[in-house]
Design a protein around this ligand. Structure first.
Ligand SMILES: NC(=O)c1ccc[n+]([C@@H]2O[C@H](COP(=O)([O-])OP(=O)(O)OC[C@H]3O[C@@H](n4cnc5c(N)ncnc54)[C@H](OP(=O)(O)O)[C@@H]3O)[C@@H](O)[C@H]2O)c1
Length: 348
């Protein structure tokens, strides 16, 4: 553990930042090298500034770490960013230009065709674009991004189906947990006994990012997959876990059994040995009452997506539900796995 690579966490005090701190405490490859937050927190110790909300104790190693100014250049080559999307753009660009290796959770750069939007098991090969990214942008370092939390869950479920049967169109309806809105997030009086049918920007992200993830590397960057897609996103009174109902039409018409078999066969051997990779990226349940957020979000250490209710659709070919953990697979765990994958690719 002594040779672990120090990594800086941007947005270290927030919902996703806390997950980074939790996951890095005993991580075999990376350790916490610096913590950054807003000007409100800079200069305070991590323990003073952070309202720790996770159900494991705050790691003792970060209690006394002093939070750096938001525009300080972190003293580490590796950076994990959990900055608000509205702030991440120029900050992450500057860090990549200055030679940092930035693995971001923020939305700012996700749709740039020269910035890989990565789930290693889905499109790890998109890192091929990195030499071109450095050349065109003139960066000394590099920047890769992790998808929106809901997109991550959907894309993992769709990947083996797109490969096997080619998606022609897809409609998804999400029910998204409260931690997806950050801390303190949605006011209690707005969400208790309620469902909110609008999450700003989420429906566009679910459509655009899913198509980019299932796209291909071309001459001008990453070209999105061309299938038709639409999404409706809802905030529900669940603490963690994003749940998606999807109706999908395919070019090659599969039976329900063929869909289940494709999902159960799905594996990514090059990724499977990495510290944050679950044994299986997608699990299938045949229990008609599963998956459920409380029972299934922790599958594979919170890094596996559970698919269930695979049935024929009355309006498309197949309908199914997919559930995943939004702050683990959908945020810090996903970005950390991206970092492990980038490290492996850079060393190869
Ligand atoms: N929550 C999820 O499930 C999820 C999933 C995927 C992606 N994401 C993305 O991850 C990012 C972080 O989300 P979150 O849920 O962790 O948000 P959050 O709980 O609101 O945390 C925001 C973090 O950013 C810091 N910050 C705020 N203003 C800043 C500024 N001007 N300069 C520098 N740092 C600043 C905050 O520091 P202070 O404590 O000092 O205010 C805090 O550490 C967002 O881009 C979000 O879209 C979130």
């Amino acid at each position: 553990m002594t040779d672990r690579i120090p990594a800086a966490i941007l947005g270290a005090t927030g919902m996703v930042g806390q997950r980074f701190i939790q996951l890095l405490e005993h991580h075999p490859l990376f350790r916490i090298g610096a913590v950054l937050a807003s000007a409100r927190s800079a200069g305070k110790t991590y323990a003073e500034a952070t309202n720790w909300v996770l159900d494991t104790p705050m790691p003792a190693s970060v209690h006394a770490m002093v939070l750096l100014e938001p525009d300080a250049l972190p003293p580490c080559e590796w950076v994990f960013s959990a900055l608000p999307g509205s702030l991440a753009g120029p900050v992450e660009t500057r860090l990549a230009a200055d030679g940092h290796l930035v693995c971001s959770n923020a939305s700012a750069h996700r749709m740039d065709p020269l910035v890989p939007l990565i789930i290693p098991e889905v499109n790890g090969d998109h890192l091929e674009i990195l030499p071109r990214q450095r050349q065109v942008k003139g960066w000394e370092g590099t920047l890769i991004t992790a998808p929106n939390c809901t997109t991550t869950v959907l894309a993992l479920a769709l990947k083996p189906l797109h490969d096997a049967f080619r998606i022609e169109s897809m409609h998804a309806v999400s029910m998204q947990g409260l931690s997806g809105a950050g801390y303190p997030g949605v006011p209690a009086l707005d969400i208790i006994d309620n469902i909110l049918p609008y999450i700003k920007g989420e429906e566009e992200k679910l459509v655009d990012e899913t198509r980019k993830l299932l796209g291909t590397v071309g001459a001008n960057g990453i070209a999105a997959a061309a299938f038709a897609a639409s999404a409706q996103c809802n905030r529900v009174p669940v603490r963690e876990g994003h749940f998606i109902c999807a109706n999908i039409r395919f070019a090659r018409k599969p039976s329900v059994d063929e869909v289940i078999a494709a999902l159960e066969r799905f594996e990514a051997p090059a990724v499977a040995g990495l510290p944050s990779a679950p044994p299986r990226p997608v699990l299938v349940t045949r229990d008609p009452a599963r998956p459920q957020p409380r029972l299934d979000r922790a599958a594979g250490g919170g890094m596996s997506v559970t698919v269930g209710r695979v049935q024929r659709s009355g309006t498309a070919d197949i309908r199914l539900v997919a559930l995943g953990h939004n702050t683990l697979r959908g945020a810090a765990g996903g970005a950390l796995l991206n970092g492990e994958w980038l490290l492996k690719v850079l060393k190869a």
